[in-house]
Design a protein around this ligand. Structure first.
Ligand code: SAH
Length: 218
């Protein structure tokens, strides 16, 4: 899976994508991540600085991200993909009022696409014509408003990547492929905390796999 991220803050991704499972997935070439900064696509004569944002029509506080630099950045993705065969491309635009992202969506994405463009907004959002022109799907990661689409992009990358076979250490680690539990324990068997003993549930020490599975189901 190839992720193409449109963002004016690519550095925000650095530490997250470098570490742990996602870092390894990139090294192992299970996924690839490329950045396209709309600032690099601003067409303006030299010394005639044009910002990436502008005031909203109809008034109101905050600024709106201009359409042209984002569309040019997306065109750079198209150009790059043109030479490749068998590209199944999806464009996603982040918005708090979009369709809610979930595991089913992540799973479906790994089956349907080879390349995903993730457009991260900032400020008051992106000029609505970008969505109309690209017919991008508007996706929300939850019912709250963030300051930008960079965290949502990282969340999608993380959640979609762990659905790709070979990304997690063992395929069984995928939650849907086994009975999982949010209640998990590790050593010590008896945890002493402020003169009280906290024990691991007996069933987990029993070695009886059937009973353990039943306990997890509950
Ligand atoms: N005024 C806008 C909010 C803009 S928030 C509105 O009411 O829709 C700025 C940017 O952060 C958005 O363009 C989007 O890319 C991102 N964002 C904020 N909250 C988000 C959420 N819950 N899910 C996905 N993206 C979000």
């Amino acid at each position: 899976m190839n992720f193409h991220i449109i963002t004016i803050f690519p550095e925000m991704f650095d530490s997250y994508l470098k570490e742990s499972i996602i870092g390894r997935a990139i090294k192992d070439k299970k996924i690839s991540i490329k950045f396209y900064n709309p600032r690099d696509f601003i067409k303006a004569p030299k010394n005639n600085y044009k910002p990436v944002d502008d005031r909203p029509y109809g008034g109101g506080p905050g600024m709106v991200m201009r359409a042209e630099p984002i569309l040019s950045a997306v065109e750079a993705v198209f150009k790059k993909l043109k030479a490749k065969k068998l590209v199944k491309l999806k464009a996603i635009l982040f918005s708090p009022s979009g369709k809610k992202f979930d595991t089913a969506y992540a799973k479906k994405s790994t089956q349907k696409y080879t390349d995903i463009i993730l457009i991260s907004g900032r400020y008051e959002g992106i000029d609505a014509r970008v969505q109309k022109i690209l017919r991008a799907e508007e996706i929300s990661i939850g019912d709250y408003v963030l300051t930008g689409g960079e965290l949502p992009a990282m969340i999608l990358i993380d959640s979609i990547s762990r659905q790709i076979s070979g990304v997690l250490g063992k395929y069984e680690s995928l939650e849907e492929e086994r009975v999982s539990s949010s209640e998990v324990y590790t050593r010590p068997e008896i945890l002493k905390y402020k003169s009280k003993n906290y024990k691991v549930p007996k069933v987990l020490l029993s070695g009886n796999h059937k009973k353990i599975e039943e306990w997890k189901q509950k």
